[in-house]
Structure formats: structure tokens, C-alpha cells
Design a protein around this ligand. Structure first.
Ligand code: MN
Length: 291
């Protein structure tokens, strides 16, 4: 299938192909990431959009807007109601941020693969922030200048004992999309309505105004630890309402102004947790002190 890169003008129900106008090099797998890494991307985008042809929008044909972000930074326990539902004593202020594997990304209409047949795997609907330029030690006052745009994210999570980076990094565990809404279209990332549906059940509904660390503070905090690079994605955390996914579920995240991200769930290759690699290795041994 011919894969192309373009701007979705959703209000006009149009797509505007941009690859030629932006001189995206042949063979580039991640054209939007390539564009964001160009220092003058804002000017290039503006002129290319004005010159672009207009075609009818075909929603079903969308793929992930960024295929392989340099980093996926995620916020644990960043809404009070989720802290309560998980009986957490600590929040992001104590945990800091964690990393998800960038290979866990899938796009709209993708399929989440459940790894285990007998361990909970939950949906976590979240606001995603895409970084637009390198950020190191930025203040919360300046933080939004470093944002390229926003999208819907699912931070899919196995409820088991492993570190977050393991439980949340299985392939297919970071659906994002349906597109990136550029920051000029979002007047306040702290005033967006987020909803997450599984089938007909609305499991999550919140305003991003309820975030414990809001978007500017997340960028200030994360950039005090690590250099944020163009194309990095920050998953800002999930509100209450996380629950188990099952084979055949349809999951939808909707955020005001950012569109709707839809994916499905496949459990046909799930294995018993006790048969995972290494599980039986120390089964007969005395428990050692945890490191
Ligand atoms: Mn999360």
C-alpha cells in the first residue's frame, strides 16, 4: 500500500499530502519525526500546507503519526482519583517519570496484543505531548514553547510485580494518534476533556485540569533529568477507571480537539504467566533478598 504523509484538516474533512512539498527524503519511515527534527519545521510546515493539494479524508487509512519516537516518557500516578483507586501511597512527586520502549508504539486501528492469559492487562487513556525541540532544564513558564503538539495515548499496562518499564513496554502497548494536533490549535493543554471507552462502557472521564503535574511541570521535571529531543512523547498519566482488557475489546480514547484514537485487543497468543521465560528458574529456591 502506498504510504503517504499529510495534514489532516478535520473540519474540512480533507487531507493535504505534504511529502513532496516538504522534500521528505525517499525511504523515510517516519516522515513526521523527520520533519520535527528539522530546526525550521514550523516555517516549512506553514508554507507546505498552503501549497498542498486537497483530497477527501479517509479516516480508515491512518497509521501512527510517529512510528518510533526517540523516547516515550510516562507519568505514574498523576491524577488523585487514580492514586486512590490503586491504593497508592505515593504519586508522581515521589515516583518521578519512567520510560516505555519506543518499539511499543502502534497507530489508529492497530491491535493490542495481550501477553498473558491469567494476568490483568489494563487500558490507561492519557493525553500525549510531542516535544518539538531539544529541551534541557527548561522552566515551566517556558515549557510549552518546546511542544510540537498533542495526541491521544494509551499506556497499556500489565498488573504484575515487574518494573513499570517492563509491564508497559510490550510490543503494541503504546497506541498513539489518531494524528498530532499542533500546539497552535490547543490553547490550554490543562483544560482538555479526556474520555476512554471500552466497547459501550465509558471507563474514564476527566479534565486534564486535574493532573497533579500539569504539562508545563512535567516538561520542567523531565527536562531536569534528561534531555528531551524532538519527537519524544510524554504520556501524562491516567485518571481513575483502569480495568482489564479482554480479547475482542474495542478501545477508544477521545480528547477534546485532538480526535479519537481507536484500537482493538487480541488475546489469541496470550500465555500463562507461569510459563514466561525465567519464571520457573528459581521456583524451587528459597526466596533471596530483593535487590
Ligand atoms: Mn499510565
Amino acid at each position: 500500500m502506498d504510504k503517504r504523509f499529510g495534514l489532516v484538516a478535520i473540519d474540512e474533512n480533507e487531507v493535504r499530502p505534504l511529502g513532496a512539498a516538504l522534500n521528505v527524503p525517499d525511504g523515510i519511515e517516519d516522515p513526521l519525526l523527520w520533519l520535527i527534527t528539522q530546526h525550521d519545521h514550523a516555517d516549512r510546515l506553514t508554507s507546505a500546507v498552503h501549497a498542498a493539494a486537497r483530497e477527501p479524508f479517509d479516516y480508515a487509512a491512518l497509521t501512527s503519526p510517529i512510528v518510533r519516537p526517540p523516547k516515550i516518557i510516562a507519568a505514574p500516578v498523576n491524577y488523585l482519583d487514580h492514586k486512590i483507586e490503586m491504593s497508592e501511597q505515593k504519586s508522581i512527586a515521589e515516583y518521578g517519570v519512567f520510560l516505555k520502549a519506543s518499539t511499543s508504539v502502534i497507530g489508529p486501528n492497530g491491535t493490542i496484543t495481550l501477553p498473558y492469559s491469567d494476568k490483568r492487562t489494563d487500558q490507561e487513556g492519557e493525553l500525549g505531548v510531542v516535544i518539538g525541540r531539544a529541551a534541557r532544564g527548561v522552566s515551566r513558564e517556558d515549557a510549552l514553547d518546546y511542544v510540537f503538539g498533542y495526541c491521544c495515548v494509551l499506556d497499556i499496562t500489565v498488573r504484575s510485580t515487574e518494573d513499570r518499564s517492563t509491564r508497559k513496554s510490550f510490543d503494541t502497548f503504546t497506541p498513539l494518534g489518531p494524528w498530532i494536533t499542533t500546539r497552535d490549535e490547543v490553547s490550554d493543554p490543562g483544560a482538555l476533556d479526556l474520555q476512554c471507552w471500552v466497547g459501550d462502557e465509558r471507563r474514564q472521564a476527566v479534565s486534564t485540569g486535574e493532573l497533579l503535574f500539569d504539562v508545563p511541570l512535567l516538561i520542567e521535571y523531565a527536562s531536569s533529568v534528561m534531555t528531551l529531543e524532538p519527537g519524544d512523547v510524554i504520556a501524562t498519566g491516567t485518571p481513575a477507571g483502569v480495568r482489564e482488557l479482554h480479547h475482542g475489546d474495542a478501545v477508544k480514547v477521545a480528547i477534546s480537539g485532538l480526535g479519537e484514537l481507536r484500537v482493538v485487543v487480541d488475546g489469541t497468543s496470550a500465555i500463562p504467566y507461569s510459563t514466561r521465560p525465567g519464571a520457573a528458574r528459581f521456583a524451587g529456591a528459597r526466596p533471596e533478598t530483593n535487590m
